[in-house]
Design a protein around this ligand. Structure first.
Ligand code: AMP
Length: 475
């Protein structure tokens, strides 16, 4: 027995051992399945699948979001989905609706209190400190993208698992950076073809001026208590700013007469905001000041902004938002470090793109199609496929079922330039048929010369494509 035969025999022994292990597992599973609950063939409420038909929009959105981050010098960070709960609890605000009702928090087997991130900012701030980025030349610009989780009431555009793209800048107080992040948001929307947007900006001052303002608001809302629905009466003492999010007429009317943060800013915050508005004017960015905008989470200071799109029914959808969080790093035990950031909701961007029928991502078209017939040919084709790909040529295949006729039809439909055909005979001879799809000519080539043959067939195609049309001669 040759060495090769011996080793192939022992390999097949191993394979059959593995298979019998899997089979016995199956039996055990089948035996125990009697006590198992039936599998729910439905995703969990508020969670959803993003299917292939929708992916071209997602790809387009993600590409633009990533591209802008690179253009503006942001470094990518990927942070875990799970963080310690106290990283979020205090910065967002113990008594806010998000902490009280929307957290996906639980205890691990190791008894750690953790949370599925409801947004990125505190996690990215932790990364900044944990990896001593404060020691590097500031500002530090970080880009992150992934899923966030909030136990909210699901609706169109509002999910319990949703996707965000997040831009954060640490270590710089200059309002020019506030203007820059707003500019990035604007550019992303322009590139995605989302035009009907409105930027709303406001300043909520420093933590101290915000606390003073919050006291003012409490007294105001207490004086109007009987005009407010009970759900807002209950949060006057704990979260008065949230009353501004109301949409019912009665509350909106009460809010209209409320003191405005902008009139109660400390001197520096006022100056900061004034400069920001000048930069926005300079950049010609369209915005409006919304004196009631506060963004809910307590970690915000000074600049806050939000981006809205309006649909044909006149309904507004928040596409993204952000602001300064100059105290967050210090509250985590770091040196005082000013910071600004914002997040886009990618689900919302995609909804807008679909609604506006904007251009979606077009994947690059394969130039070569690999067709095969028979088991041996399929086996050999795997290698040929890898070789063509490694040569940097985009290649399509159909290793699933399908006869040669169907595969050739698919190649024509895809508009490839070259089709490689491996039948029984070619598989045995170690050859491949190379068919030029434009000229219709084909030749049989030795397996190791395939890449050269493909390249030269593609060159011929270019010549054929570029050949000028003959002019009609006038008679
Ligand atoms: P926020 O910081 O809460 O304003 O979130 C930033 C952006 O994320 C929002 O403007 C939305 O576009 C998006 N977003 C927030 N919550 C959800 C949700 N439950 N489902 C889908 N997108 C969301």
């Amino acid at each position: 027995m040759t060495l090769a035969k011996k080793s192939s025999k022992s390999a097949s022994k191993k394979t059959s051992k593995k298979l019998s292990k899997i089979a016995s597992k199956k039996i055990v599973n089948e035996a125990s399945s009697a006590v198992r609950e039936p599998v729910m063939l439905q995703s969990v409420r508020g969670m959803r699948d993003i299917l292939p038909g929708e992916q071209s929009y997602w790809q387009q959105a993600r590409n633009v979001l990533k591209h802008e981050a690179e253009e503006y010098g942001f470094g990518r960070v990927d942070v875990p989905i799970i963080e310690f709960e106290n990283l979020y609890r205090q910065p967002i605000g113990e008594q806010t609706e998000m902490v009280e009702r929307e957290f996906y928090s639980f205890k691990t087997r190791g008894r750690d209190n953790v949370v599925l991130r409801p947004d990125f900012t505190p996690a990215v701030a932790r990364t900044y400190l944990q990896h001593s980025m404060n020691m590097l030349t500031q500002p530090i610009k970080l880009f992150s993208m992934g899923t966030s989780y909030r136990y909210d009431r699901p609706a169109e555009g509002r999910y319990r698992e949703f996707h965000q793209a997040n831009y954060d800048i640490f270590g710089e107080n200059d309002p020019v950076l506030d203007a820059q992040v707003i500019q990035i948001a604007y550019r992303v929307l322009q590139k995605l073809g989302i035009k009907n947007v409105q930027f709303q900006v406001n300043s909520i001052g420093t933590r101290e001026s915000r606390e003073q303002y919050s006291d003012l608001l409490k007294s105001y809302f207490l004086s109007k208590k009987n005009k407010l629905p009970s759900k807002y009466r209950d949060i006057i003492e704990t979260d008065p700013l949230r009353i501004f999010d109301a949409t019912d007429d009665k509350t909106v009317q009460v809010c209209a007469g409320a003191p405005q943060a902008i009139d109660h800013l400390d001197k520096e915050s006022r100056e900061h905001f004034k400069n920001l508005l000048e930069y926005l004017d300079e950049l010609d960015l369209p915005y409006m000041i919304n004196p009631m905008l506060n963004r809910g989470m307590e970690y915000y200071t000074r600049t806050v902004f939000e981006i809205f799109a309006t649909d044909e029914k006149g309904l507004r959808h928040a596409l993204g938002g952000g602001g300064r969080y100059d105290d967050l790093i210090e509250s985590f035990g770091g040196e005082p470090t000013p910071a600004i950031g914002f997040a886009f909701g990618i689900d919302r961007l995609v909804l807008e793109m679909k609604r506006l029928k904007t251009k979606s991502y077009k994947p690059p078209r394969p130039r070569v199609y690999l067709a095969q017939l028979g088991d041996l040919a399929k086996k050999k084709s795997l290698r040929i496929f890898a070789d063509v790909e490694n040569a940097g040529i985009l290649v399509a295949e159909s290793f699933g079922r399908g006869n040669l006729k169907e595969q050739m039809e698919q190649a024509v439909k895809m508009g490839v330039e070259v089709t490689l055909i491996v039948g029984q005979k070619e598989a045995l001879d170690s050859t491949v048929i190379v068919k030029n799809m434009h000229t219709g000519t084909q030749e049989t080539i030795a397996r190791e010369k395939v890449i050269d043959a493909v390249k030269s067939a593609m060159k011929q195609t270019i010549v054929v494509k570029k050949k000028p049309k003959p002019r009609k001669s006038k008679k």
